[in-house]
Design a protein around this ligand. Structure first.
Ligand SMILES: NC(=O)c1ccc[n+]([C@@H]2O[C@H](COP(=O)([O-])OP(=O)(O)OC[C@H]3O[C@@H](n4cnc5c(N)ncnc54)[C@H](O)[C@@H]3O)[C@@H](O)[C@H]2O)c1
Length: 377
Protein backbone atom coordinates (compact mmCIF):
# COMPACT_ATOMS: atom_id res chain seq x y z
CA UNK A 1 0.00 0.00 0.00
CA UNK A 2 1.19 3.53 -0.79
CA UNK A 3 2.99 5.10 2.18
CA UNK A 4 1.53 8.19 3.83
CA UNK A 5 3.87 11.15 3.31
CA UNK A 6 4.79 12.61 6.67
CA UNK A 7 6.44 15.84 7.83
CA UNK A 8 7.87 16.46 11.28
CA UNK A 9 8.20 19.61 13.37
CA UNK A 10 10.92 19.28 16.01
CA UNK A 11 12.67 15.99 16.67
CA UNK A 12 16.09 17.05 15.40
CA UNK A 13 19.50 15.86 16.57
CA UNK A 14 19.46 15.09 20.29
CA UNK A 15 15.71 15.57 20.71
CA UNK A 16 13.99 12.95 22.81
CA UNK A 17 10.59 11.93 21.49
CA UNK A 18 10.94 12.80 17.79
CA UNK A 19 13.28 9.85 17.35
CA UNK A 20 10.70 7.49 18.92
CA UNK A 21 8.05 8.88 16.52
CA UNK A 22 10.24 8.14 13.51
CA UNK A 23 10.97 4.61 14.69
CA UNK A 24 7.28 4.01 15.45
CA UNK A 25 6.20 5.26 12.04
CA UNK A 26 8.69 2.84 10.45
CA UNK A 27 7.65 -0.10 12.61
CA UNK A 28 4.03 0.20 11.55
CA UNK A 29 5.27 0.64 7.98
CA UNK A 30 2.53 3.02 6.87
CA UNK A 31 4.54 6.25 6.63
CA UNK A 32 7.43 7.84 4.80
CA UNK A 33 9.15 10.86 6.40
CA UNK A 34 9.71 13.32 3.55
CA UNK A 35 10.59 16.60 5.26
CA UNK A 36 9.97 19.05 8.06
CA UNK A 37 11.36 21.74 10.34
CA UNK A 38 13.43 19.55 12.61
CA UNK A 39 15.06 22.09 14.87
CA UNK A 40 14.59 25.65 16.05
CA UNK A 41 18.03 26.27 14.48
CA UNK A 42 17.87 25.94 10.66
CA UNK A 43 21.52 24.88 10.33
CA UNK A 44 20.97 22.04 12.79
CA UNK A 45 17.76 21.13 11.03
CA UNK A 46 19.66 20.76 7.74
CA UNK A 47 22.37 18.73 9.47
CA UNK A 48 19.65 16.38 10.66
CA UNK A 49 18.05 16.14 7.20
CA UNK A 50 21.39 15.17 5.65
CA UNK A 51 21.91 12.54 8.36
CA UNK A 52 18.48 11.06 7.69
CA UNK A 53 18.80 11.19 3.91
CA UNK A 54 15.95 13.69 3.59
CA UNK A 55 16.06 16.07 0.62
CA UNK A 56 17.20 19.57 1.67
CA UNK A 57 14.47 20.94 -0.63
CA UNK A 58 11.98 19.75 1.96
CA UNK A 59 13.94 20.79 5.04
CA UNK A 60 12.15 24.08 5.64
CA UNK A 61 13.11 27.22 7.56
CA UNK A 62 9.72 27.57 9.21
CA UNK A 63 6.26 26.04 9.45
CA UNK A 64 4.88 28.82 7.23
CA UNK A 65 7.48 28.05 4.53
CA UNK A 66 6.65 24.35 4.77
CA UNK A 67 2.91 24.90 4.34
CA UNK A 68 3.40 27.24 1.37
CA UNK A 69 5.78 24.91 -0.48
CA UNK A 70 3.86 21.71 0.24
CA UNK A 71 0.53 23.21 -0.86
CA UNK A 72 2.15 24.23 -4.13
CA UNK A 73 2.96 20.57 -4.90
CA UNK A 74 0.61 18.13 -6.65
CA UNK A 75 -1.61 16.45 -4.02
CA UNK A 76 -0.04 13.03 -4.49
CA UNK A 77 3.45 14.31 -3.65
CA UNK A 78 2.43 16.56 -0.77
CA UNK A 79 2.81 15.76 2.94
CA UNK A 80 -0.50 14.46 4.25
CA UNK A 81 0.27 14.26 7.95
CA UNK A 82 2.54 16.23 10.23
CA UNK A 83 4.01 15.00 13.51
CA UNK A 84 4.40 17.84 16.03
CA UNK A 85 7.10 16.92 18.55
CA UNK A 86 8.21 20.33 19.83
CA UNK A 87 7.99 21.66 23.40
CA UNK A 88 4.41 22.19 24.62
CA UNK A 89 3.87 25.90 23.91
CA UNK A 90 4.39 25.39 20.17
CA UNK A 91 1.83 22.62 19.71
CA UNK A 92 -1.17 24.96 19.43
CA UNK A 93 0.13 27.62 17.02
CA UNK A 94 1.57 24.97 14.70
CA UNK A 95 -1.42 22.61 14.93
CA UNK A 96 -3.83 25.45 14.18
CA UNK A 97 -1.94 26.41 11.02
CA UNK A 98 -1.77 22.83 9.80
CA UNK A 99 -5.44 22.11 10.47
CA UNK A 100 -6.45 25.31 8.68
CA UNK A 101 -4.48 24.10 5.65
CA UNK A 102 -5.85 20.58 5.50
CA UNK A 103 -3.02 18.51 7.05
CA UNK A 104 -3.74 15.57 9.35
CA UNK A 105 -1.82 15.63 12.63
CA UNK A 106 -0.02 13.40 15.07
CA UNK A 107 0.64 15.67 18.05
CA UNK A 108 2.47 15.32 21.33
CA UNK A 109 0.87 15.88 24.70
CA UNK A 110 0.00 18.04 26.57
CA UNK A 111 -1.96 19.12 23.51
CA UNK A 112 -1.87 22.88 24.21
CA UNK A 113 -1.16 25.39 26.95
CA UNK A 114 -4.75 26.47 27.69
CA UNK A 115 -8.19 24.87 27.63
CA UNK A 116 -9.36 27.55 25.20
CA UNK A 117 -6.68 26.53 22.71
CA UNK A 118 -7.60 22.87 23.12
CA UNK A 119 -11.26 23.60 22.37
CA UNK A 120 -10.20 25.59 19.31
CA UNK A 121 -8.25 22.60 17.96
CA UNK A 122 -11.21 20.31 18.63
CA UNK A 123 -13.43 22.67 16.62
CA UNK A 124 -10.96 22.81 13.71
CA UNK A 125 -10.55 19.02 13.55
CA UNK A 126 -14.34 18.59 13.34
CA UNK A 127 -14.80 21.44 10.86
CA UNK A 128 -12.08 20.26 8.49
CA UNK A 129 -12.77 16.51 8.98
CA UNK A 130 -9.11 15.72 9.67
CA UNK A 131 -7.38 13.00 11.70
CA UNK A 132 -5.78 14.15 14.94
CA UNK A 133 -3.87 11.54 16.94
CA UNK A 134 -2.59 12.61 20.35
CA UNK A 135 0.35 10.46 21.40
CA UNK A 136 -0.54 9.28 24.86
CA UNK A 137 1.90 6.47 24.13
CA UNK A 138 0.89 4.12 26.93
CA UNK A 139 -2.53 3.50 25.36
CA UNK A 140 -0.69 1.67 22.57
CA UNK A 141 0.53 -1.18 24.79
CA UNK A 142 -1.33 -4.46 24.15
CA UNK A 143 -1.82 -5.12 27.87
CA UNK A 144 -3.31 -1.65 28.42
CA UNK A 145 -5.74 -2.45 25.62
CA UNK A 146 -6.45 -5.79 27.25
CA UNK A 147 -7.14 -4.02 30.53
CA UNK A 148 -9.65 -1.77 28.78
CA UNK A 149 -11.28 -4.81 27.19
CA UNK A 150 -11.60 -6.75 30.47
CA UNK A 151 -13.05 -3.71 32.26
CA UNK A 152 -15.56 -3.11 29.45
CA UNK A 153 -16.66 -6.75 29.74
CA UNK A 154 -17.43 -6.16 33.45
CA UNK A 155 -14.92 -8.73 34.69
CA UNK A 156 -14.07 -6.60 37.75
CA UNK A 157 -17.67 -6.25 38.95
CA UNK A 158 -18.38 -2.77 40.33
CA UNK A 159 -15.32 -0.52 40.13
CA UNK A 160 -14.72 0.89 43.61
CA UNK A 161 -11.30 2.56 43.48
CA UNK A 162 -8.84 3.72 40.83
CA UNK A 163 -5.19 4.55 41.50
CA UNK A 164 -2.61 5.76 39.02
CA UNK A 165 0.95 6.69 39.84
CA UNK A 166 3.67 8.22 37.68
CA UNK A 167 7.01 8.59 39.44
CA UNK A 168 10.29 9.77 37.91
CA UNK A 169 13.47 11.15 39.52
CA UNK A 170 15.39 12.88 36.71
CA UNK A 171 14.64 16.46 37.80
CA UNK A 172 16.63 16.00 41.03
CA UNK A 173 19.88 16.30 39.11
CA UNK A 174 18.69 19.54 37.56
CA UNK A 175 17.46 21.30 40.70
CA UNK A 176 20.10 20.00 43.09
CA UNK A 177 23.02 19.94 40.63
CA UNK A 178 25.20 17.12 39.43
CA UNK A 179 23.24 16.28 36.30
CA UNK A 180 24.49 16.51 32.77
CA UNK A 181 21.14 16.55 31.01
CA UNK A 182 20.53 19.64 28.93
CA UNK A 183 17.55 18.56 26.80
CA UNK A 184 14.04 18.65 28.17
CA UNK A 185 14.87 21.22 30.86
CA UNK A 186 12.33 23.57 29.24
CA UNK A 187 9.76 21.57 31.24
CA UNK A 188 10.56 23.80 34.26
CA UNK A 189 9.85 27.03 32.37
CA UNK A 190 6.19 28.14 32.15
CA UNK A 191 6.91 29.93 28.85
CA UNK A 192 7.59 26.58 27.15
CA UNK A 193 5.81 24.08 29.40
CA UNK A 194 2.59 25.90 30.39
CA UNK A 195 0.97 26.02 33.81
CA UNK A 196 2.48 22.82 35.16
CA UNK A 197 5.62 20.72 34.96
CA UNK A 198 4.88 17.46 36.74
CA UNK A 199 1.13 17.26 36.15
CA UNK A 200 1.39 18.68 32.63
CA UNK A 201 4.19 16.37 31.58
CA UNK A 202 3.40 13.09 33.34
CA UNK A 203 0.32 13.43 35.58
CA UNK A 204 -1.69 13.96 32.40
CA UNK A 205 -0.53 10.53 31.10
CA UNK A 206 -1.86 8.93 34.29
CA UNK A 207 -5.15 10.82 33.89
CA UNK A 208 -5.46 9.69 30.27
CA UNK A 209 -4.66 6.09 31.19
CA UNK A 210 -7.46 6.10 33.77
CA UNK A 211 -10.06 7.44 31.36
CA UNK A 212 -8.81 5.17 28.54
CA UNK A 213 -8.83 1.90 30.47
CA UNK A 214 -12.05 2.45 32.42
CA UNK A 215 -14.11 4.48 29.95
CA UNK A 216 -15.06 6.64 32.96
CA UNK A 217 -14.73 10.41 33.25
CA UNK A 218 -13.18 12.12 36.24
CA UNK A 219 -15.76 14.70 37.39
CA UNK A 220 -13.98 16.57 40.20
CA UNK A 221 -10.46 16.81 41.58
CA UNK A 222 -8.61 18.19 44.61
CA UNK A 223 -4.88 18.67 44.28
CA UNK A 224 -1.88 19.35 46.48
CA UNK A 225 1.19 20.32 44.45
CA UNK A 226 4.80 20.82 45.49
CA UNK A 227 7.49 22.83 43.70
CA UNK A 228 10.00 21.24 46.12
CA UNK A 229 12.56 24.06 46.23
CA UNK A 230 12.49 27.89 46.45
CA UNK A 231 12.79 29.55 43.06
CA UNK A 232 11.15 26.71 41.12
CA UNK A 233 8.17 28.15 39.28
CA UNK A 234 6.18 24.99 38.58
CA UNK A 235 5.09 21.82 40.39
CA UNK A 236 7.54 18.93 40.44
CA UNK A 237 5.40 16.64 42.55
CA UNK A 238 1.79 16.29 43.57
CA UNK A 239 -1.20 14.28 44.64
CA UNK A 240 -4.65 14.59 43.08
CA UNK A 241 -7.78 13.12 44.63
CA UNK A 242 -10.36 12.08 42.03
CA UNK A 243 -14.14 11.83 42.18
CA UNK A 244 -15.90 9.92 39.39
CA UNK A 245 -19.24 9.68 41.23
CA UNK A 246 -20.51 9.73 44.80
CA UNK A 247 -19.37 6.16 45.32
CA UNK A 248 -16.30 5.96 43.12
CA UNK A 249 -13.11 7.78 43.99
CA UNK A 250 -9.43 7.49 43.22
CA UNK A 251 -6.06 9.17 43.22
CA UNK A 252 -3.26 10.24 40.89
CA UNK A 253 0.21 10.57 42.42
CA UNK A 254 2.91 12.02 40.21
CA UNK A 255 6.45 13.17 40.83
CA UNK A 256 9.62 14.10 38.98
CA UNK A 257 11.77 14.05 42.13
CA UNK A 258 11.53 10.46 43.38
CA UNK A 259 15.27 9.82 43.55
CA UNK A 260 16.33 6.85 41.46
CA UNK A 261 12.95 6.13 39.91
CA UNK A 262 12.89 6.02 36.12
CA UNK A 263 9.56 5.87 34.32
CA UNK A 264 7.32 4.23 36.86
CA UNK A 265 3.77 4.67 35.61
CA UNK A 266 1.31 2.15 37.01
CA UNK A 267 -2.44 1.92 37.07
CA UNK A 268 -4.64 -0.17 39.36
CA UNK A 269 -8.38 -0.54 39.00
CA UNK A 270 -10.07 -2.20 41.98
CA UNK A 271 -13.47 -3.86 41.62
CA UNK A 272 -15.98 -5.75 43.75
CA UNK A 273 -15.06 -9.08 42.11
CA UNK A 274 -11.46 -8.55 40.99
CA UNK A 275 -8.75 -5.95 40.36
CA UNK A 276 -6.26 -5.25 37.59
CA UNK A 277 -2.77 -3.75 37.76
CA UNK A 278 -0.42 -2.74 34.93
CA UNK A 279 2.94 -0.96 35.03
CA UNK A 280 4.92 0.35 32.07
CA UNK A 281 8.34 -0.80 33.28
CA UNK A 282 7.10 -4.37 32.90
CA UNK A 283 4.52 -3.76 30.16
CA UNK A 284 3.91 -7.30 28.96
CA UNK A 285 2.40 -8.42 32.27
CA UNK A 286 -1.16 -7.50 33.26
CA UNK A 287 -2.07 -8.80 36.72
CA UNK A 288 -5.54 -9.75 37.87
CA UNK A 289 -6.23 -10.26 41.56
CA UNK A 290 -9.33 -11.84 43.07
CA UNK A 291 -10.33 -13.30 46.44
CA UNK A 292 -11.36 -16.63 44.95
CA UNK A 293 -8.48 -17.51 42.60
CA UNK A 294 -4.69 -17.27 42.53
CA UNK A 295 -3.21 -14.21 40.77
CA UNK A 296 -3.71 -14.36 37.00
CA UNK A 297 -1.20 -12.87 34.55
CA UNK A 298 -2.23 -11.86 31.02
CA UNK A 299 0.52 -11.60 28.40
CA UNK A 300 0.53 -10.48 24.75
CA UNK A 301 0.21 -12.80 21.76
CA UNK A 302 -2.29 -15.24 23.27
CA UNK A 303 -5.74 -16.06 21.93
CA UNK A 304 -7.27 -15.36 25.35
CA UNK A 305 -6.73 -11.62 24.74
CA UNK A 306 -9.21 -9.30 23.05
CA UNK A 307 -8.85 -8.41 19.35
CA UNK A 308 -7.28 -4.97 19.82
CA UNK A 309 -4.69 -6.26 22.29
CA UNK A 310 -3.80 -9.12 19.95
CA UNK A 311 -3.47 -6.88 16.91
CA UNK A 312 -1.02 -4.71 18.86
CA UNK A 313 1.64 -7.40 19.18
CA UNK A 314 3.43 -8.56 16.07
CA UNK A 315 5.84 -11.33 17.21
CA UNK A 316 4.86 -14.74 18.63
CA UNK A 317 4.43 -14.92 22.42
CA UNK A 318 7.58 -14.64 24.51
CA UNK A 319 9.18 -12.02 22.26
CA UNK A 320 8.86 -8.85 24.35
CA UNK A 321 7.78 -5.69 22.57
CA UNK A 322 7.84 -2.26 24.17
CA UNK A 323 7.54 1.49 23.87
CA UNK A 324 8.32 1.78 20.13
CA UNK A 325 5.71 -0.82 19.26
CA UNK A 326 3.17 0.89 21.55
CA UNK A 327 3.71 4.18 19.74
CA UNK A 328 3.62 2.32 16.42
CA UNK A 329 0.15 1.01 17.32
CA UNK A 330 -1.05 4.60 17.69
CA UNK A 331 0.53 5.48 14.32
CA UNK A 332 -1.14 2.41 12.79
CA UNK A 333 -4.58 3.52 14.02
CA UNK A 334 -3.99 7.06 12.74
CA UNK A 335 -2.99 5.64 9.32
CA UNK A 336 -6.29 3.77 9.07
CA UNK A 337 -8.17 6.96 9.89
CA UNK A 338 -6.17 9.01 7.35
CA UNK A 339 -6.84 6.36 4.68
CA UNK A 340 -10.51 6.32 5.66
CA UNK A 341 -10.36 2.63 6.55
CA UNK A 342 -12.41 1.06 9.32
CA UNK A 343 -10.80 1.38 12.74
CA UNK A 344 -11.60 0.94 16.41
CA UNK A 345 -11.84 4.33 18.21
CA UNK A 346 -9.59 2.85 20.94
CA UNK A 347 -6.70 2.64 18.45
CA UNK A 348 -5.51 6.19 19.09
CA UNK A 349 -6.25 9.05 21.51
CA UNK A 350 -7.89 12.00 19.79
CA UNK A 351 -8.22 15.76 20.06
CA UNK A 352 -11.03 15.13 22.57
CA UNK A 353 -8.57 13.35 24.88
CA UNK A 354 -6.39 16.42 24.47
CA UNK A 355 -9.23 18.65 25.65
CA UNK A 356 -9.81 16.37 28.65
CA UNK A 357 -6.09 16.48 29.46
CA UNK A 358 -5.97 20.27 29.38
CA UNK A 359 -9.08 20.50 31.58
CA UNK A 360 -7.38 18.14 34.04
CA UNK A 361 -4.12 20.14 34.15
CA UNK A 362 -5.93 23.43 34.67
CA UNK A 363 -8.28 22.04 37.30
CA UNK A 364 -5.26 20.66 39.18
CA UNK A 365 -3.45 24.01 39.10
CA UNK A 366 -6.64 25.91 40.10
CA UNK A 367 -7.38 23.57 42.97
CA UNK A 368 -3.88 23.99 44.33
CA UNK A 369 -3.91 27.78 43.92
CA UNK A 370 -7.27 28.09 45.67
CA UNK A 371 -5.90 26.32 48.74
CA UNK A 372 -6.61 22.69 47.81
CA UNK A 373 -10.32 22.87 47.09
CA UNK A 374 -12.52 20.62 44.95
CA UNK A 375 -12.69 21.77 41.33
CA UNK A 376 -14.98 20.43 38.59
CA UNK A 377 -13.39 19.17 35.36
N1 LIG B 1 4.26 10.74 24.62
C1 LIG B 1 5.28 10.66 25.44
O1 LIG B 1 5.44 9.67 26.15
C2 LIG B 1 6.26 11.80 25.49
C3 LIG B 1 7.57 11.58 25.94
C4 LIG B 1 8.47 12.66 25.91
C5 LIG B 1 8.07 13.90 25.48
N2 LIG B 1 6.77 14.09 25.09
C6 LIG B 1 6.32 15.41 24.59
O2 LIG B 1 6.99 15.65 23.37
C7 LIG B 1 7.26 17.04 23.21
C8 LIG B 1 8.76 17.23 22.96
O3 LIG B 1 9.46 16.77 24.09
P1 LIG B 1 11.00 16.31 23.99
O4 LIG B 1 11.35 15.78 25.32
O5 LIG B 1 11.19 15.48 22.80
O6 LIG B 1 11.72 17.73 23.79
P2 LIG B 1 13.20 18.01 23.29
O7 LIG B 1 13.60 19.27 23.94
O8 LIG B 1 14.04 16.80 23.45
O9 LIG B 1 13.00 18.24 21.71
C9 LIG B 1 12.29 19.33 21.19
C10 LIG B 1 12.65 19.54 19.74
O10 LIG B 1 11.83 20.59 19.22
C11 LIG B 1 12.66 21.46 18.45
N3 LIG B 1 12.07 22.80 18.37
C12 LIG B 1 11.95 23.75 19.32
N4 LIG B 1 11.40 24.86 18.81
C13 LIG B 1 11.15 24.61 17.51
C14 LIG B 1 10.60 25.38 16.45
N5 LIG B 1 10.19 26.63 16.63
N6 LIG B 1 10.51 24.79 15.22
C15 LIG B 1 10.95 23.54 15.02
N7 LIG B 1 11.48 22.77 15.99
C16 LIG B 1 11.58 23.31 17.22
C17 LIG B 1 13.99 21.46 19.20
O11 LIG B 1 15.03 21.97 18.38
C18 LIG B 1 14.10 19.97 19.49
O12 LIG B 1 14.57 19.29 18.34
C19 LIG B 1 6.75 17.71 24.49
O13 LIG B 1 5.50 18.28 24.27
C20 LIG B 1 6.66 16.57 25.49
O14 LIG B 1 5.66 16.77 26.47
C21 LIG B 1 5.89 13.05 25.09
Amino acid sequence: MKKIKMGMIGGGIGAFIGDAHRRASRICNDYELVGGVFDVDYEKSKEFAVMEGISLDRCYKSVDALIKAELAMPAKERMEVIAIVTPNALHFPFAKKFLNNGFHLVCEKPMTITVKEALELERLVAKNKLTFALTHTYTGYPMVRQMRDLIAKGVLGTIQRIDAQYYQGWINAIIHGGGTRITGVWRLDPKHAGASSCMGDIGVHAFNLIEYTTGLEVKEILSDLNSVKDGIKLDLDGTVLLRFSKKLKGVIRASQVCGGLENDITISVYGSKASLRWGQENPNYLYMFSDSEPIKVYKPAHTYNGKLAEEGHTMPSGHPEGIYEALANIYKGAAKSIRKQKFNPAEFPTVHDGVRGMKFIHAVVNSNTKGNTWVKI
